[in-house]
Ligand binder design. Structure first.
Ligand SMILES: Cc1ncc(COP(=O)(O)OP(=O)(O)O)c(N)n1
Ligand SMILES: Cc1nc(C(=O)O)sc1CCOP(=O)(O)O
Ligand SMILES: [Mg+2]
Length: 209
């Protein structure tokens, strides 16, 4: 299972595209993981997006993760759910999902990372690594040192998020991350397919060093 290029959908950054349209572009660009993230969409619309993304990701062989909503993840046949520190705790999530269901957890300290690992996280996402305007409540940037210390302390894959682009993705991988999670680096420009493909190449090169 590879978390190399982890692309998160966002309707604001995607300027009117549906989540499924964004997922199709990310998959075409070589994303390893696609996360459906929408903090406002009614469940009836979100499940329709999730079912469409499931079809797209099944065809492309891309992992499909749903943010926050374990109900939508399970109902759509997604591969997993991403949970933050204020979302359903992983221990409870684990009790209602199949054995192979992926649970990713957001962390912003080394302690949270250790607790997430104990709770059975399949990957953890420290963030924001760099300043980001995409999530207003993301908090202060953690910096690469935090990525290094968390990556050195645990065996669970580390997939940082926040302000990551083609300019700094290699430094995040060099600090010990398994992959990088991005929104604006893929959907903030005009050509999401090329942006994803370029990021993927940067990540693969950095991993082979
Ligand atoms: C890959 C990834 N990492 C972190 C987050 C943030 O999750 P959370 O802290 O729960 O905040 P919201 O995204 O729910 O606003 C994420 N979604 N994905
Ligand atoms: C969804 C999300 N979570 C974050 C965290 O720190 O937990 S930062 C973030 C937004 C990432 O967007 P961009 O790649 O455009 O910076
Ligand atoms: Mg959340």
């Amino acid at each position: 299972m590879s978390y190399g290029l982890y692309v998160v959908t966002d309707r604001i950054i995607g300027r009117g595209m549906t989540h499924a349209a964004m997922a199709a572009l990310a998959a075409e660009g070589g994303a390893d993981v696609i996360q459906l993230r929408d903090k406002d969409m009614p469940a009836s619309d979100l499940i329709a997006e999730a079912v469409n993304i499931r079809k797209i990701t099944e065809d492309s062989g891309t992992l499909f993760i749903v943010n926050d909503r374990i109900d939508i993840a399970l109902a759509s046949g997604a591969d997993g759910v991403h949970l933050g520190q204020s979302d359903l705790p992983a221990e409870y999530a684990r009790s209602i999902v199949p054995d192979d269901f992926i649970i990713g957890i957001s962390v912003s300290t080394a302690d949270e990372a250790l607790r997430a690992v104990k709770a059975g996280a399949d990957y953890i996402s420290p963030g924001p690594v760099f300043p980001t305007a995409t999530k207003s409540d993301a908090g202060n940037a953690l910096g690469l040192d935090m990525v290094s210390s968390i990556s050195a302390a645990i065996d669970t894959p580390v997939v940082p998020i926040g302000g990551i682009s083609g300019l700094n993705a290699a430094s995040v991988i060099s600090a010990g991350a398994e992959g990088v999670a991005v929104i604006s680096a893929v959907f903030g420009g005009k050509d999401a397919v090329s942006a994803a493909a370029e990021l993927k190449e940067i990540i693969q090169k950095a991993k082979n060093l």
